[in-house]
Design a protein around this ligand. Structure first.
Ligand code: KMH
Ligand code: ZN
Length: 274
C-alpha cells in the first residue's frame, strides 16, 4: 500500500484555549504546535491563523508572518492555508492567503450546516476561488463535507473551473449537521472520486479515531489536529498536536502502513519537489 500522508490541522477557527489550553494563537504557539506535529511525522500542516487573543482571521499580513515561521521550523513540510476561515467571513476576506501563492490551499466545495451556523460556499464563491487557484498555480485540497460537494467540484473540474488532475480530496466527516463519520459513508465517497485522485479523511469529534483507522485500512491518507478533535482518548486531552500525530503513527504501525515523508507526500500529491 502507498505510504500514509499525515496532515495536522493544528488550530482551526472554532476551537479555543477554553477547550484545550494547548490550542495555538500566537506566532510562537503556532510554530510550537506545527513543529510538534512535524517532528512526530506529519508531512502536511493545515493552517488557520488567529489574532493573539484567539480571534480567527484571514488577514494576509498574519499569514505572511506565520507561514514562513512555520516553514522555517518545518523546512520541507507542505503547508495548506485555509480559505475556509471561519463561518460568516466574506469570500474576499477568506481568499487573502492565496495572494501569497502557497503551493496548496483548501477549497471548500459547497454550502452546509455547521453546528448552528451555515458555512456558505455558493457557486459564485467556488468559481472565484477556483479561478484564483488556477491563476496563482495553487493546488487545492477539496474539502467535502457532504456527498453533493464531491459531485459539484468534480463537475467544475471537468469544465476547467477549478484545477483538475490529479485532484486531492479531504472528506471531512462528523461535522454537526453534515455527513456522519462512518466507514460506509467514507467508502461511498471514495468510490466516486475520479481515477488518479488522492484522498484524505478527517473525522471530527468522536469520529476522529475511527476515521483514522478506516482511512489507513482503506489506503487513503488521514488528518488529525486540534481543529477536529482535542482528545487523545475519552476524557484525556492531548497536550500537543504532536501527541495526536504520534497516535496516528501507532495505528499505522499496527495496521502495516509506513509514513510518508514530506518529499514522498509531494510525489503522491503530484506537487513539484522543493
Ligand atoms: N472553519 C470552517 C468553517 C477550511 O479550512 O477550508 C471551515 C474550514 C475549512 O475549516
Ligand atoms: Zn480548516
Amino acid at each position: 500500500m502507498e505510504k500514509l500522508i499525515i496532515t495536522a490541522a493544528i488550530c482551526g477557527a472554532e476551537v479555543t484555549k477554553e477547550h484545550n489550553p494547548a490550542v495555538p494563537y500566537t506566532l510562537e504557539e503556532m510554530v510550537r504546535e506545527a513543529k510538534s506535529a512535524y517532528d512526530a511525522g506529519a508531512a502536511v500542516i493545515h493552517v488557520h491563523v488567529r489574532t493573539d487573543d484567539g480571534k480567527p482571521t484571514q488577514d494576509r499580513a498574519r499569514f505572511a508572518e506565520i507561514l514562513p515561521a512555520i516553514q522555517a521550523a518545518c523546512p520541507d513540510a507542505i503547508l495548506i492555508p485555509s480559505t475556509g476561515g471561519a463561518v460568516g467571513m466574506t469570500p474576499e476576506e477568506r481568499l487573502q492567503p492565496t495572494e501569497l501563492n502557497p503551493e496548496m490551499a483548501t477549497l471548500d466545495c459547497g454550502t452546509c450546516n455547521f453546528g448552528d451556523d451555515i458555512f456558505v460556499n455558493d457557486m459564485p464563491t467556488m468559481r472565484a476561488f477556483g479561478k484564483r487557484m488556477i491563476e496563482n498555480n495553487i493546488k487545492p485540497e477539496y474539502e467535502c463535507f457532504e456527498i453533493g460537494h464531491l459531485d459539484t467540484v468534480v463537475n467544475m473540474a471537468k469544465k476547467g473551473l477549478v484545477p483538475g488532475d490529479p485532484m486531492q480530496f479531504n472528506f471531512v466527516l462528523g461535522v454537526s449537521g453534515c455527513t456522519p463519520a462512518t466507514p460506509e459513508n467514507l467508502a461511498f465517497l471514495v468510490n466516486k472520486i475520479p481515477a488518479g485522485s488522492t484522498w484524505t479523511v478527517t473525522g471530527v469529534g468522536r469520529g476522529a479515531w475511527p476515521m483514522v483507522a478506516t482511512g489507513i485500512i482503506m489506503g487513503g491518507h488521514v488528518r488529525v489536529g486540534f481543529e477536529d478533535n482535542i482528545y487523545l482518548e475519552r476524557g484525556v486531552k492531548a497536550k500537543s498536536n504532536g501527541e495526536l500525530v504520534e497516535k496516528v503513527k501507532a495505528f499505522a504501525k499496527l495496521l502495516g502502513r509506513q509514513i510518508a515523508s514530506p518529499a514522498e507526500a509531494r510525489e503522491i500529491l503530484g506537487l513539484k519537489a522543493r
